[in-house]
Design a protein around this ligand. Structure first.
Ligand code: FES
Ligand code: FES
Length: 173
């Protein structure tokens, strides 16, 4: 295969936060760049571009994924969730987002999209986490502004609130 052929663009399509999207990607294009440049989904941030900072964390087919370590073509046909899909509606923040705002758990916000995605996924699978588990999760994310304490407080509060919501939903079912 010639160099020109190997750089040809391919159509890549997937479900993004419940909506079907598609764009063109060279074989080497990163999913993080594809989301931002081809789809216009700029909520996913790009920091280190080698899997360390966690800013680009999204959910692909139910799995936490570093979008900077994934090729756009690998996401073809998958189901993606990004920070744009974390709020229940355009004019309402989700429980985690509200807790972050209440506790001032962000300053510049660069790391926040990835942290929210990790915590959202984590709390779905660990409804009653203790602080050490949250600290463990956050060890995969670099934040240069907050010092982490407000993030931990927000995560614990959101976990308690989500557990209460679940309890009421079960009681009403
Ligand atoms: S940009 Fe992907 S982990 Fe840093
Ligand atoms: S809020 Fe600035 S890097 Fe985390």
């Amino acid at each position: 295969m010639s160099r020109w052929q190997s750089m040809r663009r391919h159509l890549v399509g997937f479900t993004l936060n419940g909506r079907q999207v598609q764009g063109e990607a060279e074989p080497r294009m990163l999913l993080s760049d594809f989301l931002r440049q081809q789809i216009g989904a700029t909520g996913t941030h790009v920091g280190c571009e080698h899997g360390v900072c966690g800013a680009c964390t999204i959910i692909v087919d139910g799995m936490l994924t570093r979008a900077c370590l994934t090729l756009a073509m690998q996401a073809d046909g998958c189901d993606l969730r990004t920070v744009e899909g974390i709020a229940p509606s355009a004019d309402r923040l989700g429980v985690l987002q509200t807790a972050f705002r209440r506790h001032h758990a962000l300053q510049c916000g660069f790391c926040t999209a990835g942290i929210l995605m990790s915590l959202d996924h984590f709390l779905q699978h660990n409804p009653s986490p203790d602080e050490s588990k949250i600290r463990g999760l956050l060890s995969g994310h670099l934040c240069r502004c907050t010092g982490y304490s407000p993030i931990i407080r927000a995560a614990l509060e959101a976990a308690a609130e989500l557990a209460e919501i679940q309890m009421h939903e079960k009681a009403d079912a």
